[in-house]
Ligand binder design. Structure first.
Ligand code: UD1
Length: 373
């Protein structure tokens, strides 16, 4: 019997849960998996619901870091992750995405000489004012395995001097989850829209980036765009807790034809997204999900780290000026769109990650022996 290597998988914030779910399923047959929740997101609607929807087992530990300034949150994960990894050593630490938990966990691990695998490596917006861009660049520099979703990500890493043998293009693990959950999501679509009182076409809006919601001028500009778009189509708006707080603090009044909701679980959000006329967002992952669904997406940002969603997908970068958002939205609703065919976004990306990691940990022969035992 071969000793099973141990791999710790880290999740901290809402988009992380969507990415770790298929990774855990693909790794579990081969290695011992320790699931570490940093506690960056902690509300039922931001965390627990996702575990339930995606069938993720209870985390082995929750580091309970919670909210705070960037320094507080990053430092909190750094200290608690170091303690956890010292007490429960693992052979590899897997981190996903670009949130503060991703960077802090990777840093804690490499200083303990635990090699790091970064899933969703190589994405670059070129916008150094985005906290996530700093997290991406530094996490990639710290990582031994760089699992990338697309060709542009490989090119970014090579241009920064990453060794080619560390880069493994595997596709998009978030799309693994989307493809596996889509039938369940579609089947609840009608009941859901009925329960929300939605009886007409709608645009779906999400907004949470500090650069959009913490600044009065920008938030007012976006609200004006939404007011104009809502004359054409009802706007459904599940609100991130940060955004709800800022809208209240800044005294912003939402237009009448905006249906404001609490944050939704994964399957409910997917159900709404899959039937929307249009999606307006400042999220990263939603640009990818709408592309695969063939739903037009207008991104309320000046740059994207996911250019493939504009070149091959359904995404338009509109920035945050009201006239641009309105014209991009009307144009996107006029056009007919097809689901994007992006190489390797096929539902098997996590299997590719597991394949590389397990071969490197066990060796090809041992992997075959284990498969046979
Ligand atoms: C984080 C990520 C961002 C990701 C987003 C997804 C970083 C730097 N940012 O942003 O990349 O797109 O998650 O949601 O890591 N809050 C709650 N309950 C929660 C979590 C947050 O009420 O469960 C509120 C708190 O007021 C908190 C604020 O939301 O201060 C922001 O949370 P935080 O984790 O700092 O960042 P996000 O804006 O969620």
């Amino acid at each position: 019997m071969i000793d099973r290597p141990r791999v710790a998988v880290v999740a901290g914030a809402r988009p992380n849960f969507v990415k770790v779910a298929p990774l855990i399923k693909s790794l579990e047959p081969w290695v011992g998996v320790d699931l570490i929740h940093t506690g960056q997101h902690y509300d039922q609607a931001m965390s627990k619901t996702f575990f339930e929807d995606l069938g993720i087992f209870e985390p082995d530990v929750n580091l309970g870091v919670g909210s705070g300034s960037h320094a507080e949150q990053t430092a909190g994960v750094l200290v608690t992750m170091e303690k956890r990894l010292s007490e429960v050593p693992v052979d590899v630490l897997v981190v996903v995405g670009d949130v503060n938990s991703t960077l802090a966990s990777a840093l804690a691990a490499v200083k303990l000489r635990i090699p790091v695998a970064h899933v969703e490596a190589g994405l670059r917006s070129g916008d150094w004012s985005m906290p996530e861009e700093i997290n991406r660049v530094v996490t990639d520099r710290l990582s031994t395995w760089l699992f990338t979703p697309s060709e542009d990500a490989d090119a970014n890493l090579l241009a920064e001097g990453a060794p080619a043998d560390r880069i493994h293009r595997v596709g998009n693990v978030m799309i693994d989850t989307l493809l596996s959950q889509l039938p369940a999501a579609r089947s609840r679509s009608e009941t859901l829209t009925r329960s929300l009182g939605i009886e007409e076409d709608y645009a779906l809006l999400t907004l949470h980036r500090p650069s959009n919601v913490d600044d009065w001028t920008t938030l007012t500009e976006i609200t004006e765009a939404i007011r104009q778009i809502s004359k054409r189509v009802l706007v459904v708006f599940p609100m991130h807790p940060r955004t709800r707080g800022r809208i209240a603090d800044l005294g912003i009044r939402l237009p009448d034809r905006v249906l404001a909701l609490d944050p939704l679980g994964y399957n409910d959000f997917l159900a709404l997204m899959a039937s929307a006329r249009l999606v307006l967002t400042d999220s990263g992952g939603i640009q990818e999900e709408t592309s695969v669904l063939g739903i037009p997406c207008v991104t309320l940002r000046e740059s994207t780290e996911r250019p493939v969603t504009c070149s091959l997908g359904t995404n338009t970068l509109a920035g945050t000026a009201a006239p641009n958002i309105v014209s991009a939205s009307l144009a996107a609703m006029e056009r007919s769109w097809k689901p994007a065919q992006i190489p390797l976004w096929d539902g098997k990306s996590s299997e590719r990650v597991a394949d590389v990691l397990v071969k490197d940990l066990l060796g090809q022969e041992m992997k075959e022996a284990q498969a046979g035992s």
